[in-house]
Design a protein around this ligand. Structure first.
Ligand code: NAP
Length: 245
């Protein structure tokens, strides 16, 4: 039986990934600050939601000490972890950021995925097939003025994936994938930045107005097809738009 753990299922790309997994009948343990009532209503037998603020690393670690994760995965022989939850803030030049916003970004974008990955790998030693995907960003690989914290956090995920892949743990495959420019709340947040905070703002406005953003459902289908497919993990730090299905 396949089972999946997903962060950030309440909206955006994560909500679409959840729907794509559930449509395939895959039971889901989903973590975010908010629930996703529509998802639960459509798949009450498959969705297990846990409300947690992933910026609170102590709360996450306390949850990981409970049997919840291990119990959920106990009867699975094939397991997935999708580290999707992420945040963009603080946007702005170095020297102008709120210190707590930097701490929050690192906690959600880096520490939480690393804690979850560590616990997932420990809890899935019985699984013949276990797969971890980090939702990275083009910002991990190209510098963007105004996004230094976001860029640094996503680059950290990429390098964690490369290092974990080098360990060749039994049955474990990993990839850190940029999803493309996806039409979610995060893109609205990008367009709401000022040019002073984010000099490339106009490029992202143009992508939206010319209809070039990818629908979350489309990105999610590609992600889930690749995640479940035979080639998953062949490319450790890739771009979803350039991978085979
Ligand atoms: P989004 O619409 O802003 O959704 C973010 C998700 O993360 C929400 O479900 C949110 O749930 C969860 N989240 C945020 N802070 C959290 C916290 N403190 N604790 C728990 N969950 C938290 O963003 P998105 O565009 O779908 O982004 C999904 C992933 O794709 C992110 O990692 C992002 O960096 C990456 N990405 C997106 C794009 C894009 O174009 N959209 C491009 C490259 C990479 P709650 O608010 O309910 O907690």
């Amino acid at each position: 039986m396949i089972k999946a753990i997903l962060t950030g299922h309440s909206r955006g790309l994560g909500a679409a990934v959840a729907e794509a997994l559930l449509a395939r009948g895959i039971p889901l343990l989903a973590l975010a600050r908010s629930d996703n009532p529509a998802l639960f209503a459509a798949h009450p037998d498959l969705v297990h939601e846990t409300q947690i603020d992933l910026s609170d690393n102590a709360a996450l670690e306390a949850w990981l000490q409970t049997p919840a994760l291990r119990d959920f995965l106990a009867d699975a022989d094939s397991t997935l972890l999708i580290n999707n939850a992420g945040l963009l803030q603080p946007v702005g030049r170095v020297g102008e950021a709120d210190a707590n916003a930097i701490i929050r970004a690192v906690a959600v974008n880096v520490t939480a995925p690393l804690l979850l990955t560590n616990a997932f790998v420990a809890a899935t030693r019985h699984c013949a097939d276990r797969r971890v995907v980090h939702i990275s960003s083009g910002a991990a690989r190209s510098p963007y003025a105004g996004w230094s914290v976001y860029c640094a956090t996503k680059a950290a995920l990429d390098h964690q994936a490369r290092s974990m892949a080098a360990e060749h743990l039994p049955g474990l495959r990993v990839a850190s994938l940029a999803p493309g420019v996806v039409d979610t709340g995060m893109q609205a947040e990008i367009r709401a930045s000022s040019v002073e905070q984010f000099p490339q703002k106009e490029r992202f406005e143009a992508l939206k107005s010319s209809g070039q953003l990818t629908a979350p459902e489309q990105a999610a289908q590609r992600l889930v097809n690749y995640l479940l497919g035979p080639n998953f993990g062949d490319v450790v730090d890739g771009d979803l738009r350039h991978l085979p299905d």
